[in-house]
Design a protein around this ligand. Structure first.
Ligand SMILES: Nc1ncnc2c1ncn2[C@@H]1O[C@H](COP(=O)(O)OP(=O)(O)OP(=O)(O)O)[C@@H](O)[C@H]1O
Ligand SMILES: [Mg+2]
Length: 405
């Protein structure tokens, strides 16, 4: 079980597949229920493949109208996730029970039913799963560094943040370079990797922890790096499905996964957003960047990406260019959560292929990144969901399917 991605008392993350009479009313009730986050909704299970993969769900509800056990749908769900499955049946369900028991379905619920009964069944299934410890017991957190504008400092922030987690927090940390065409995280860290994410995704055989370890390159500070493909044309082989599986395995192997990105919402990026615990959205003090960040925030809202998982970071915040933080906040209509200073030590370290956070721990930028790492660590391990917090206004389809509709 995802343990709510490390956020205690957060709503349980549930995905719904299938269809049956009365499902619409249940969806409406669950989407406003404070204890449940409806991650998505897809009638056909194979269409939900990428949304179900990744170990991020606490439970799956499958709705069925028939009087027979939905064998194919159930095995398809099991291919993608080990989260407990609850069957909702609008028809006569006594013929389903024996096979459901054999298949280790968590619960079979005939409809109509009170919402609270369904929520109780979800909670019970999640608790049973936790006690049995059958699902991945260790789940690392995913922090994605993004900006809809190039050259704003994504790679500087992600490499230094990752190095800080590895060196000072002693966390098992993976830096994943998702700037698939022109990624330069490895160069900034002074690494010359033999293998990249491309080699990993084209290698035969099932991806597991051991295989992932064979494709990462270790920095002397202990940070593991999975670099971007060497040739831009290889990027397209890193599909959203591969990314979903990669993050599932990575979360079982690492405490912290930092993802560097390109300025685009492509498929693998959306698969990553689906599994992101904290999105660090970088902004700068110039009008074109602020305009793009505002558009980026609007896109994230359209995708129903939870607002409480976004942290707006103003890079080079102390640059005197006639724009103030308050004006940025007014234009973005959101708070700037963190400021990072402009610091000469940063480009100097970049040119030496050393993360400034390690090479010059006393530099202003390094100190600010350490503070940011402390905030992230505190948030992803201790934060509680605000009381009575409601999930997104609409049930979230997977981000990928949403973009395609
Ligand atoms: N806080 C800072 N102080 C000084 N220089 C900075 C700072 N942040 C970034 N830079 C400089 O800006 C340059 C661009 O940063 P970086 O490569 O991290 O941006 P990016 O958003 O990853 O770009 P791209 O979209 O091309 O991947 C770097 O070479 C770095 O020297
Ligand atoms: Mg970059």
């Amino acid at each position: 079980m995802s343990e709510n991605n490390g956020i205690a008392n957060a709503p349980l993350r549930v995905y719904i597949t299938g269809s049956c009479e009365g499902l619409v009313e249940i969806v409406d009730a669950l989407r406003i229920h404070g204890g449940i986050e409806l991650v998505g909704l897809t009638e056909e299970v194979p269409e939900a493949a990428s949304a179900l993969t990744g170990g991020h769900l606490d439970a799956v509800i499958h709705a069925t109208r028939g009087s027979e056990f939905p064998r194919d749908a159930y095995s398809a769900i099991r291919e993608y996730t080990r989260a407990p499955v609850i069957l909702l049946c609008s028809g006569e369900c006594s013929g389903i029970l024996a096979e459901a028991l054999d298949a280790e379905v968590a619960d079979v619920i005939p409809l109509p039913q009170l919402t609270e009964n369904i929520v109780f069944a979800i909670r019970k299934a999640c608790q049973a799963e936790k006690r049995a410890g059958t699902t991945t017991s260790h789940m690392g957190k995913v922090a994605t560094v993004f900006s809809p504008k190039g050259g704003i400092g994504k790679t500087c922030v992600s490499t230094n943040l990752a190095a800080t987690f590895a060196k000072y927090h002693k966390e098992r940390t993976l830096l994943l370079d998702l700037d698939l065409q022109f990624g330069d995280a490895a160069i900034m860290l002074g690494l010359e990797p033999d293998k990249t994410i491309y080699d990993l995704v084209v290698a035969p055989g099932e991806l597991d922890t051991e295989k992932l370890a064979g494709y990462t390159t270790q920095h002397p500070c202990g940070l593991d790096v999975l670099p971007a493909p060497i040739r831009p044309e290889d990027a397209e082989l890193v599909t959203e499905g591969k990314l979903a599986r990669l993050l599932e395995v990575a979360r079982a192997s690492y405490d912290m996964i930092i993802v560097d990105t390109s300025p685009f919402f492509h498929g693998p990026m959306l698969a990553t957003l689906d599994r992101t615990d904290l999105l660090l959205l970088l902004c700068g003090l110039d009008i074109p960047t602020i305009k793009n960040v505002r558009l980026g925030l609007q896109t994230l809202e359209l995708l129903s990406f939870p607002n409480e998982r976004i942290r707006v970071i103003l890079n080079r915040a102390n640059t005197n260019v006639g724009l103030k933080r308050s004006e940025v906040e007014e234009t973005l209509r959101t708070k700037v959560h963190v400021e990072l200073p402009s610091d000469r030590a940063v480009p100097m370290a970049v040119n030496r292929g050393k993360p400034v956070a390690l090479a010059e721990p006393g530099a202003d930028f390094s100190k600010a990144v350490r503070d940011l790492a402390d905030t992230i660590a505190a948030r992803t391990t201790k934060a509680k969901a605000p009381k009575g917090q409601k999930p997104a206004k609409e049930p979230r389809q997977s981000l990928i399917s949403k973009l395609r509709t």
